[in-house]
Design a protein around this ligand. Structure first.
Ligand SMILES: Cc1cc2nc3c(=O)[nH]c(=O)nc-3n(C[C@H](O)[C@H](O)[C@H](O)COP(=O)(O)OP(=O)(O)OC[C@H]3O[C@@H](n4cnc5c(N)ncnc54)[C@H](O)[C@@H]3O)c2cc1C
Length: 489
């Protein structure tokens, strides 16, 4: 019994790993990089390459990205342990040294006895059957699926919508940033404050001495702007030269990944409420909150490379250099990578998938990762893990794996891909909005404070998040037991 996985990105690597490692299935992993790289993936040798930011989002269990990490780790993910191994400090965020991260995954996949790697460009999905009569084929070719395969998928599924646009953020040389202006600090979020308060209260209940409020070392480098500097920057961004769209391509941006110029053109204050939001980032030199802030996140251990958080852009490279160097502290900055635009391919899964995640057009095929309608490194990895279990259970145990419960992170994503609203369907990242609100029964079950039950509609946001996290963990554990996935060696 053999399975083919096309694409050794995040989803494909996860899927191949779980099938080979957890189910002992022989997997052939087809990857084109040795022959041709996409415009964003630059290494011909590394699998699971991170193409833009080096962040796999929050580690906090009070954030759905945190619970998603924990869920897929319990399901045998290769991405999460490799990310922990390659972690660089970034506060509450799981950020990684991207080369070490991808190399770790690549080595493990290449050395696995049940895995065979084939370097080739798959032009038509059915071409894989020229190699072997696979029992299942997973298409995990991601947002930059090679053109001929994208066309084949369009024909196979009869789909019109097959792309939208994203842009990537520049990476700066740390040695060229003026540190007398930029300051190190992590944003003080309400979740952060809530977790600290909880730890203090627990210490008190346990009769322990109060936890000292240590000065936390900042991991982000922040560039403060005053009002005048901010408005002058917005003006330049609006006026700067942009990379034109090709005639036949209508730009359709994903909401969470809007280029700075698109935000700036919406209104002069939009950036200050978005990627340049200053809240929680007081400048230690003045003791005051700046008017706006550009945040930089470490790309690697040490201070050599910094990613401009949320600064994806389709400004031309010339315009980027000119405009970004007008920011305070960046007058002499050098760029390791310029921002750029890219096509983003995905299918409207609820229209083309059966409830068992097979393709309606041909039940031998599955989708995994961004192409199936999730967005982000973590979410793509998660769907790779999940689809591997769907296939593993079908092939090894001849049973249909139930969907994880609606109020778990994996359940939200899996259900979005099958039951999502099709009219405005676009790749989805994990967020609390995908969860159902708490019911009276939920509060009764997960809250130790009887007053919360009376406050059903007026629960404090942080209490709500805590209860939603408890509910999610509880439901996920029950699902693991019921499906016996917890017993897989
Ligand atoms: C430029 C860009 C920037 C992004 N920035 C971020 C970000 O900062 N943070 C974030 O969370 N998400 C980001 N994303 C979103 C996205 O979720 C990630 O790209 C994620 O890597 C998707 O995972 P995947 O496994 O679905 O696809 P990928 O990781 O892209 O993997 C697909 C693999 O398939 C291979 N392939 C493609 N076509 C073929 C073919 N015909 N034959 C054989 N192999 C093929 C590719 O070479 C690649 O290795 C970005 C996407 C893009 C394109």
């Amino acid at each position: 019994m053999k399975v083919a996985v096309i694409g050794a990105g995040l989803a494909g690597s996860e899927c191949a790993w779980v099938l080979a490692e957890k189910y002992g299935i022989q997997v052939t992993l087809f990857e084109m990089k040795a022959k041709k790289t996409t415009p964003a993936q630059i290494s011909p040798h590394l699998f699971a390459e991170l193409v833009c930011s080096n962040s796999l989002k929050s580690k906090s269990r009070l954030n759905p990205a945190g619970t998603l990490k924990s869920e897929i780790e319990q399901l045998g993910s290769i991405v999460i342990p490799s990310a922990k191994y390659a972690e660089v400090p970034a506060g509450e965020t799981l950020a990684v040294d991207r080369e070490l991260f991808s190399q770790t995954i690549t080595d493990k996949l290449k050395q696995h006895k049940n895995l065979k790697i084939v370097d080739c460009i798959i032009e038509r999905a059915s071409d894989v059957f020229k190699h072997t009569d696979f029992a299942a084929v997973v298409i995990a070719t991601g947002p930059l699926t090679d053109d001929s395969l994208a066309n084949d998928l369009r024909n196979m599924t009869g789909t019109e919508e097959l792309y939208f646009y994203d842009a990537i953020a520049p990476i700066l040389d740390g040695d060229t940033i003026d540190n007398s202006i930029a300051f190190l600090a992590n944003r003080q979020t309400r979740t952060h404050a809530f977790e600290k308060k909880q730890a203090q209260e627990k210490a008190l209940t346990d009769g322990l001495p109060p936890i000292a409020d240590e000065e936390e070392e900042g991991h982000y480098l922040n560039i403060p702007l005053n009002k005048e500097e901010y408005y002058s920057f917005v003006e330049k961004v609006c006026a700067g030269a942009k990379v034109p769209h090709k005639e036949f391509e209508e730009p359709k941006y994903f909401n969470g990944c809007q280029p700075i110029e698109v935000l700036a053109e919406r209104g002069p204050r939009t950036l200050a409420f978005g990627p340049m939001k200053p809240r929680g980032l007081d400048d230690p030199r003045t003791g005051r909150m700046p008017y706006a802030v550009v945040q930089l996140r470490k790309e690697k251990m040490g201070d050599s490379a910094w990613n401009m958080v949320g600064f994806q852009t389709r400004l031309t490279w010339g315009a980027q250099k000119e405009i970004l160097r007008t920011l305070p502290g960046l007058a002499n900055v050098e760029f390791f990578r310029m921002g750029s635009m890219h096509r983003n391919t995905y299918l409207v899964s609820p229209n083309i998938l059966n409830e068992d995640f097979t393709l309606k057009a041909d039940k031998r095929f599955y989708l995994a990762g961004q192409i199936m309608g999730v967005e982000g490194y973590l979410e793509s990895s998660a769907m790779g893990v999940y689809i591997a279990h769907v296939i593993g259970q079908k092939l090894k145990n001849n049973r249909r794996l139930s969907c994880p419960p609606a109020n778990t992170s994996l359940g939200c994503l899996a259900r979005y891909c099958i039951y999502g609203e099709t009219k405005r369907f676009s790749p989805m990242n994990i967020h609390w909005g995908l969860y159902n609100d708490l019911s009276k029964e939920d509060i009764n079950k997960y809250s130790t404070n009887p007053e919360n039950i009376l406050k059903l509609k007026k629960l404090d946001k942080s209490v709500k998040r805590e209860l939603m996290a408890c509910r999610s963990e509880d439901l996920f554990s029950a699902w693991l037991k019921e499906t016996e996935l917890n017993c897989l060696s």
